[in-house]
Ligand binder design. Structure first.
Ligand SMILES: *[C@@H]1O[C@H](CO)[C@@H](O)[C@H](O)[C@H]1NC(C)=O
Ligand SMILES: *[C@@H]1O[C@H](CO)[C@@H](O)[C@H](O)[C@H]1NC(C)=O
Length: 743
């Protein structure tokens, strides 16, 4: 037997609480350990090849697992048995590589060897890219970074692998940068942010796939021999697939078992690859989509990849999600609104579409205030002069107020709206506005003046979708134009909320690398605008959830989850989205029935209860056109939404029953201090002659006493092990119950 002897210094382990008290980065020569509270990530440098070899990524360990090289089989290629942290190409690893560089000599072989490393307090920001950060006050709080410097001797290319550990969150964040130190140009054709090789075992992969109006459908499948994966080539993260992958053991559930989550902090096209090798190892890669990269690097130039957040949980998928939520709320979302209760809003879109003038808008604002909404949002249709935006055929790009719809200007209308008082308070009604600044209509002054600003490829026709084209945000003059156009309005009209929409995919990119350049351009735009207007609540939107990703969260604390406001579909979409993104970041509205997308009719209470699970609760309807008895219920529903919103925004989310597998989907929010909780329980279909199930809560303190909905008091143990039986009536029935810790 030829055991590899564990090499790191001994540490004390508190076996129940994980590895508390242990340094988050341990270095012993060229062996490295990254320690979270309940996770260990360990690798070392292979002395012969200079390759970085992973030995463990999972629950806490104090040394490398006992490994016997002779137990790795023989076979045709020795490299195939290695767990490589940065698999390069062309030297005998026949699995999918993390990096592919077209060298100046024309070939795509590379060979990176460890050269040196560095431990850095805190986490240096990624230039031009969104990224997680340390404490809000002290950047070095709660995070430490290890940088491995790798070097390719034959091509003079350097690669830096940066690993940051957030021990509180069991998170390891990685990004990679490539620098050309040679004298000729090279092209980076592929650069995965994360590459990880898990040992021989059975795994399943969880992903969020979908379409417009069907975002974030949770899908689970077996990881089988060969290559499987998903991604986006739309130019954005897309409705089709979310830039998130989870690998789980076959027996992992919401509350038990191993779960690894990988979330890419990026809003552009991406690729996820999962390959089970013939030898049984599973490689996972996630990064920018290589089919749209081909990034040229001249001598001295660097390409930095977006970062990927990896989180491990041994306590099921739900625990993994909660770790993502906490990390993203504290260490990713920069907005000052991240912890704040969001104003209940009424959005004009589903009520009026593009069909309004100043008077109809004022009337709708008045009704909003009367119902108790705090923010009125004017959606599409307010702009364009020579080519007014009165339908979706014209006007995008001309961000001037339509003088015929608003003869006294928008400012004077908003001043009147701000004089309206929200029902039951002396607060003024706030005003929010819709933009779609990355887009342009052919019928617009901007297109007449700058046809060259539109994405186009030579003589190919510029294909239109929704009668609009995409501006090329890779161009600095386009970025400046967008910043100027939006800032002009925000400087002159008292807007407290912006909905930033983006309604089509990219066609006819002038070059593959333009896709990433576009995203870098938009990140500059988002950074500048959100920094200049920090008191605006920014909401992202892309035909619903077409750009709902960790990258956008850096700038916009919330995004519109889906254009589909059907409450039943929303249970699926919101539960799916919560796999990685905090509920605080979801916009969720009550709209009229029959629903515009599905035609389904559900009770207003069900619609409202579902929407209350999102951080930004709102109405998207014309109150004068809904049944009087529904309208009469709205003020109470708004009051309930406002009451529980602080717990939704800041609390931990426990999915109790999943809509895919239960007629009684349910979820619990628990405040971080454990003193308050809100239980959401739904019945989809009425069933006859069944006992109603006992709903077992989770996440409470078994020894504490809780008051359930202002009435009975019960122990946490009873609530979790015994449960609560709820009686439902008709189809789409729902309950929202409050729990209060009383001891
Ligand atoms: C830590 O891991 C143990 C099992 O290894 C598990 O029982 C516990 O719930 C985990 N704690 C957290 C916070 O994930
Ligand atoms: C939000 O709250 C968390 C604690 O829950 C805190 O760490 C973070 O700094 C707060 N962020 C802001 C912007 O207030």
């Amino acid at each position: 037997m030829n055991y590899i002897i564990p090499s790191l210094a001994r540490v004390t382990v508190n076996s129940t609480a994980g590895l508390v008290g242990r340094p988050s980065i341990e270095v012993d020569g060229t062996s490295f350990a990254l320690n979270g509270r309940n996770v260990s990530y360990r690798f070392h440098v292979d002395a012969q090849t200079g390759d970085i070899i992973l030995t463990h990524f999972g629950g806490p360990v104090t040394e490398d697992p006992v490994q016997d090289p002779s137990a790795n089989g023989g076979g045709w290629s020795t490299q195939m048995h290695l767990r490589r942290e940065f698999p390069d190409l062309g030297r005998g690893d026949f699995r999918t590589p993390a990096v592919r560089i077209k060298q100046s000599q024309g070939h795509t072989v590379s060979g990176f060897r460890y050269k040196s490393h560095q431990v850095v307090a805190g986490k240096p920001p990624l230039p031009g890219l969104p990224c997680t950060f340390g404490g809000a006050d002290k950047e070095e709080e709660g995070v430490e970074t290890l940088v491995l410097h790798l070097w390719d001797e034959c091509s003079s290319v350097a690669a830096d692998l940066a690993y940051s550990v957030f021990p509180e969150h069991d998170a390891v964040v990685r990004s990679v940068s490539i620098t050309n130190r040679g004298s000729g140009p090279i092209t980076v054709e592929k650069l995965a942010s994360l590459s990880v090789d898990l040992p021989h075992d059975e795994y399943e992969m969880l992903q969020l796939q979908g379409e417009w109006s069907r975002e974030c459908t949770r899908t689970r499948r077996k990881v089988d021999y060969g290559l499987q994966g998903f991604g986006s080539t739309t130019g954005y993260s897309s409705h089709y697939n979310n830039p998130f992958l989870s690998l789980v053991s076959p027996d992992t559930t919401e509350s038990h078992g191993d779960a690894w989550g990988f979330s890419l902090v990026y809003s552009g096209s991406f690729l996820v690859e999962v390959e089970k090798s013939p030898q049984g190892l599973t490689r996972a890669l996630i990064g920018m989509n290589p089919s749209q990269l081909s990034w040229p690097l001249g001598p001295g130039e660097t390409l930095v990849s977006p970062e990927c957040v990896s989180i491990f949980s041994s306590a099921g998928i739900g625990a993994m999600s909660r770790k993502f939520h906490r990390l993203y709320r504290r260490n990713l979302i920069r907005s000052r609104f991240v912890n704040e209760t969001r104003p209940v809003l009424l959005n004009s879109w589903e009520g009026l579409h593009c069909d309004f003038d100043g008077d109809t808008i004022y009337k709708l604002a008045q009704e909003s205030a009367d119902l108790g909404a705090r923010l009125f949002v004017l959606d599409d249709g307010w702009f364009g002069d020579r080519y007014p935006r009165v339908d979706d055929r014209a006007g995008l790009g001309d961000w001037t107020v339509n003088p015929r719809r608003f003869p006294d200007g928008l400012r004077s209308l908003v001043d009147r709206i701000n004089k309206l008082k929200v029902a039951g308070s002396d607060q003024p009604l706030q005003f929010g506005l819709w933009f779609e600044p990355e887009m342009i209509s052919k019928k617009s002054v901007l297109y007449e003046e700058h046809p060259e600003w539109v994405l186009h490829a030579g003589e190919y026709p510029r294909s239109e979708t929704r009668q609009q084209l995409v501006l090329n945000a890779a161009l600095p003059e386009v970025q400046d134009f967008i910043i100027r156009s939006v800032a002009n309005i925000l400087d002159t009209v008292p807007v407290t909320y912006v909905k930033w929409d983006n309604n089509r995919g990219m066609h006819e990119s002038p070059a593959p690398e333009n896709h990433h350049a576009y995203m870098l351009g938009m990140y500059r735009v988002f950074e500048e605008l959100t920094t200049r207007f920090p008191n605006v609540l920014w909401e992202g939107c892309a035909s619903g959830g077409g750009r709902f990703d960790a990258g956008i969260l850096q700038y916009f604390p919330q995004s519109w989850t889906s254009d589909n406001t059907d409450a039943l579909d929303r249970v699926h979409i919101q539960f799916g989205t919560s796999l990685v993104y905090p509920c605080s970041s979801m916009g969720a509205h009550v709209s009229a029935v029959p629903n515009e997308v599905t035609g389904r009719v559900t009770p207003i209470r069900f619609r409202a209860h579902v929407a209350m699970m999102g951080g930004s609760f709102g109405l998207e309807l014309d109150p004068s056109r809904i049944p009087a008895e529904d309208k009469a219920r709205i003020p109470d529903l708004i009051r309930l939404a406002e009451k529980i919103n602080p717990i939704v925004i800041r609390g931990d989310f426990w999915r109790l029953n999943l809509p895919e597998s239960s007629n009684y989907p349910s979820a619990l929010f628990i405040s971080e201090d454990g003193r308050e909780a809100v239980l959401f329980a739904f019945q989809i279909r009425a069933t006859t002659v069944h006992n109603f199930p006992l709903l077992k809560l989770q996440g409470l303190d078994p020894r504490a006493t809780y008051r359930l909905d202002g009435e009975r008091t019960l122990s946490g143990a009873t609530l979790m092990n015994g449960g609560v039986q709820l009686r439902f009536g008709t189809d789409y029935d729902s309950k929202v119950l409050l729990l209060e810790r009383v001891d």
